[in-house]
Design a protein. Sequence first.
Length: 346
Amino acid sequence: MRLIGGRTTVNGQVLMFLVAALAGIALTGGIRWLALRHRLLDFPNPRSAHATPVPLGGGAAIVMILCAWLVLMPFGDGASFVVALSGAAVAAIGFIDDSRTVSKWRRLVVHGAATALLIHETRHLGPLQIPGLPAVIPVQELCTLIALMWLLNLYNFMDGIDGLAAVEAVTVSLGLTACIYLGRYPAPDVLLACLVTAGASLGFLVWNWPPARIFMGDVGSGFLGFLLGALALVAHRETGLTPWVPAILLAVFVTDASITLLRRMIRGERWYESHRLHAYQWMSRRFGSHRPVTLIVLAVNLLWLAPLAIAAACRPEYAGLCAGVAYAPVVTGALLAGAGHPEADT
């Protein structure tokens, strides 16, 4: 099994996925024990989706596994080290925020610096080719910076019910793996990093499946949003994988968070403050349980979005069309579910 500088065998890829999953289970269990011992708990408040205190910070297990992997199994001519360093910075500010409140401006500065470093230090891998934008480097990089920072933050917004963020990480990273493999893109090391991401997230999900025994926390949610964007960026620069592919795979999170944000901004609300107005939050209250919502997202990602993303990867000339087809029912569903509606409306 070759791990550096070439393709791994299928057996080797499966093995690394399983090792990451087992490591995720073990590390998350250990972090849960530490969180209980040191009272790092998420206590319920009027906007919480849980009724009893739950240990916090389980996402640190995913951070440790992926940062170790990226450093020990480098790829992309040093790109993996940059991803690990920038991702660790995002995770660190998230961990501090889990422990005590950090101002939104400090978070924004760290997120912006980490994302800018990632974009700058991956230039040598290849040019950005964002559809619909002028082929001007500053324009392409600025729009990529905004998109990656939004992804980082929306992932945090969407980590509000048991299992949801972990299910998204597993399905999106596996979907990206399938797109790279079936589309025959020459990015075997990115493919393997996606599998390790899926495995570590699955290991965490064992503890986070509804009803959750530990929460991911900002340390994990921000890191995962950053990491998924970083892997997509590296794959795009190295191989030309169309940005429509990760956009399709992330459609549920992007749609729910974006519609909710826009509606709150239009109403003049403090959009950056916590709330319970996402579509997934409305649905969980209507169902009276987190599990049905998490299962719905799992089904949509696997049965609807993943096939369309694979089609976009294999036939990039139709990628924009695939994205339109993918988003149409997702946007409709988010609107019908009440994304961004004020609670007084119901």
